[in-house]
Design a protein around this ligand. Sequence first.
Ligand code: ADP
Length: 451
Amino acid sequence: MKIRTKLILSMSILILFILLFLLAVTHIQFYISRDLAYLEDKAPFESLKQEFEQFYSSHGDSWEHVGSARFEASGSFAEILLSAEGKTLYQQGSLSKEELLEDGYMLALHAGDRKIGRLYVMNDRQFKTYEFKTMWYGMLPNIGIASLLFTLIAAMLTIFFLSWRLTIPIRRIIKGIEAIRKGDAAAVFPEQKKDEFGAISRALREMNDSLAEAERTRKQLMSDVAHELKTPLMIIQGELELAHETGSPLTAEKQASILDEVLRLSRLVHEVLDLSRLEAGMTELHPRTENLVALLGDLTAKTQFLVEDKQIHLSMHAKEEVISVSVEKARILQALYNLLTNAVYYTKPGGQIRLLAETTHLPDQQQPYAQIRIEDSGAGISEEDLPYIFDRFYRADHSRARPSGGTGLGLAIARQTILAHGGRIEVQSMVGKGSVFTVYLPLSARTPNMV
Ligand code: ADP
C-alpha cells in the first residue's frame, strides 16, 4: 500500500470517529438540557408531584378516576402517569405516550416507602429542546450526509496535497539512490531540511561520497599498479624478444637484468597485496611482548652493510635498557627497516643517521608510548611533498624512482603497519638538512621474554 493510500485511509477513519463522537455528544446534550430544566427550577415539578401523590392518598390509596381529574400545577406541562405496573392512567397535552416516555422528565411517585407510579413530564423549556432534537434528527439524514461528504472530500483533498508534498523528498531520495546504483557519483539529494528526510539525505550523501572516494582510490590503485608493472614487463619482453629474433643466447648479464626485473615485479605484487590487506583491516596480527631496544639493535645490525657501503655513520641510543612493546616482530622490523633504508638511500656518503628510543607521553593519550626517532642528515623532503609521502606510489624525486629500487610503497606499508599496532608516525624534514621520522607505539605493561 502506498503512503498516500495509507494516509487517506487513516485520516478518513479518524474523521469518521470525530463525527461519531460529535453525534454522541449532541445526543447526550439533549438529555443534559432536559435534566437541567428540572434542576434549575424544581418547584413546579415538585408541586405537580405532590398534587398527584395527594390525589392517590385522598382516594383511599387508589388511582381510580385519576383520568378525569384536574391538576392545578399541570398547566405548563405535558404529562403522562403510569401505574407502578406501567399501565397508562392519565395523559394530558399534545404529546404522544412514546414521545413523553422517550423525552419527558421522570418523577417517581411514592406513598410512604411504596412506589405508586411514574409521572413523565415536559415543561415549555424541555419541549423546546425536544422540538430541536426532533428537528435535528429529521435533518440529520440530509444535512448530516452532506456535511459528512463535504468533510470527507475536504479531508481527501488536504491529504492529497499533504501526501504529495510529503512524497516529493521521498521521490527525490529514490531518484538519488537510483543514480547511485547507476554509478553516478554526483547524485543529488534534496536540500538538507532539519527533518527526518534531511537526515536520510545527509546520510545518503555521505555514503555516496565515501563510495565515490573508495571508487576513486580503487581506480587510482589499478592505474598505479598497472603503471608500475608496465616498465619491468617491457624490459623483460624486450630482452626476450631480442634473444628470440636474433637466436643468440642470453648473456649472463642479460639474465641477471631479467631476474632483477622479475624480482622487482614479485616484490611489487607482494607489497601491493600486503598494503591492501593492511588498509582493509584484513591483516591478522600476532603480537608478542618484545623489547624494542633489542629490536632496534637487530635492525642496526641488519643495516650495517648498507651504511658501511656508503660510509654513513649510524648510531643508536636508547634511554632505557628495556622498552616493552606488544608487536608482531617481523612486521614492525619491516616497517622500521623501510624507514631506515630510506634514510640510508637519501643520505650522502659521509652523512649521519641516528636511531633514538625512549618512553614518552602523547598529549592526547593517557597511556605511555615508546618513541623511536630515525634522524638523517640527508636530502630532506620539500614542504609540497611532505603531506603525500605516505601515499602509495608517491615519490618526491621522480627521476630517482627506478634506480632507487623502491616501489613507492615503503612508507605507505610502514604507516599502515604502525597504525595496525595502535601507533602513529610523524615526519619533519628540511630540504638539504635532513629528515626525522618519529614512530610511536603503545607500551606494553608486560615484561618481554629476555632469552
Ligand atoms: P620509495 O620506494 O620511493 O622509497 P617510500 O614510500 O619509501 O617509497 O618513500 C616515498 C618517498 O618519500 C620517496 O620517494 C622519497 O621521495 C621520500 N622519502 C622517504 N624517506 C625519505 C628520507 N629519509 N629522506 C628524503 N626523502 C624521503
